[in-house]
Design a protein around this ligand. Structure first.
Ligand SMILES: [Zn+2]
Length: 390
């Protein structure tokens, strides 16, 4: 079923593991970070720049692309890879997250933060989700079959089954009903996938079940018992960091660990170390590239400004006269070329170069972090590595 894909675990330290995820467009060394190119573009940088800082894989959002310019349009132009000039591995999501998280209103923002392009959720029934498009205001129905068809047309290497994403503050019974419906939708996704399988794509199943241990375990077992290539942990992960780690562990308890495991929407440094320690292989999040566009540069602990944050805000006047690079030991183009003072000035002067330069640094930072995590697992010194980065 997935003859052009393969996942080999090559090194293990407790539950953390290093692996190689093989695709026809190249290998991904795991643990790895997946950068968000929501609308077929990682904002402010070119595919060439992404490669120069060792990016292995990116993700595009189905919801945005099928709203505009449409999956068939992208298919007609040769598929998403050709359309955006990215020839390495790529993910698309099912499109459900944007519709559900934003459609369910403000409580849902706690899951993964606010997003642009807000659809209006009209109703959810057994067929799928009816919503009003953010792009043209038309009412549309997204079903599991349609999500798979759209993702087939887009042509990413890794695609995701369609599920319902419920907010944190709902009771257990409602979470369970939603999870059961997600399972039925995931089965339909799998059937639609198998019907047209040409071996160019691999399908992820998603673990739901909210913050409830028994539901998470049941959902993880459902995903493991069905012929998905890999598993992703989705849905609400709780209200606090501690709860998030607990929920990840609940899901991990039922997952088939011979398959790759993705954690949806998480990208903080501490969170990545925690996730890796629990056995997560890949992560995605808009955070590193989004904060860059607001002047936030990710830095290791020694370069921080005393706050508990994992980045420094280059808009702050503190950096006006700071002629050192973002990080002295970073060899990205930005750190080799520009001082913090210059980046501060560019931000204040509203120069576009600031956004590109800080984005390049943050992507390099995440890729270097994942590389050190991989060597930390191989050499069994993840704890020492984490002290440097957290
Ligand atoms: Zn740098």
């Amino acid at each position: 079923m997935y003859r052009n894909f393969r996942f080999d675990v090559i090194s293990v330290a407790d539950r953390a593991r290093c692996g190689i995820l093989k695709t026809s467009r190249g290998e991904i060394r795991t643990p790895a970070f997946v950068f968000c190119g929501t609308k077929a573009s990682v904002k402010a940088v070119t595919p060439q720049q992404l490669k120069e800082v060792n990016t292995q894989i990116i993700l595009s959002n189905t919801y945005h692309l099928f709203s505009y310019p449409g999956a068939e349009h992208i298919k007609m132009l040769g598929g998403l890879h050709k359309f955006m000039g990215w020839d390495k591995p790529m993910f698309t999501d099912s499109g459900g997250f944007q519709i559900f998280s934003l459609g369910y209103g403000s409580v849902a923002n706690e899951i993964k933060g606010k997003r642009s392009g807000i659809p209006k959720l009209i109703k959810v029934d057994e067929r799928g989700a009816v919503f009003k498009s953010y792009w043209d205001g038309n009412t549309q129905l997204l079903t599991p079959e349609k999500s798979i068809k759209i993702q087939r047309d887009l042509g990413a290497d890794f695609i995701v089954s369609f599920d319902e994403c419920t907010p944190y503050r709902i009771e257990k019974k409602r979470t369970e009903e939603s999870m059961e419906r997600s399972h039925r939708w995931e089965k339909r996704s799998l059937d639609a996938f198998e019907q047209f399988n040409d071996y160019s794509q691999a399908l992820y199943g998603i673990v739901q079940g909210g913050i409830y241990a028994d539901l998470r375990k049941r959902s993880a077992e459902f995903v493991s018992d069905n012929p998905f290539f890999a598993s992703a942990i989705g849905g609400t992960l709780g209200a606090t960091k501690e709860q998030m780690y607990e929920v990840i562990e609940m899901a991990m308890n039922g997952l088939n660990i011979s398959r790759p495991i993705h954690l949806l929407g998480i990208g903080g440094i501490v969170d990545i170390f925690k996730g890796v320690a629990l056995g997560i292989d890949t992560f995605d999040c808009v955070h590193p590239t989004r904060i860059a566009r607001h002047g936030g540069a990710l830095v290791k602990s020694q370069y921080r400004d005393g706050s508990s944050r994992e980045h420094i805000n280059l808009k702050k006047s503190t950096y006006k006269n700071d002629d050192s690079p973002i990080e002295l030991d970073c060899n990205c183009l930005t750190c080799r070329s520009f001082s913090r003072a210059y980046l501060h000035y560019l931000l204040k002067a509203n120069e576009l170069l600031a956004l590109q330069a800080i984005t390049i640094h943050n992507i390099k930072f995440m890729n270097a972090l994942m590389e050190e995590i991989r060597s930390g697992i191989t050499q069994n010194n993840l704890k020492t590595i984490s002290e440097k980065w957290c």
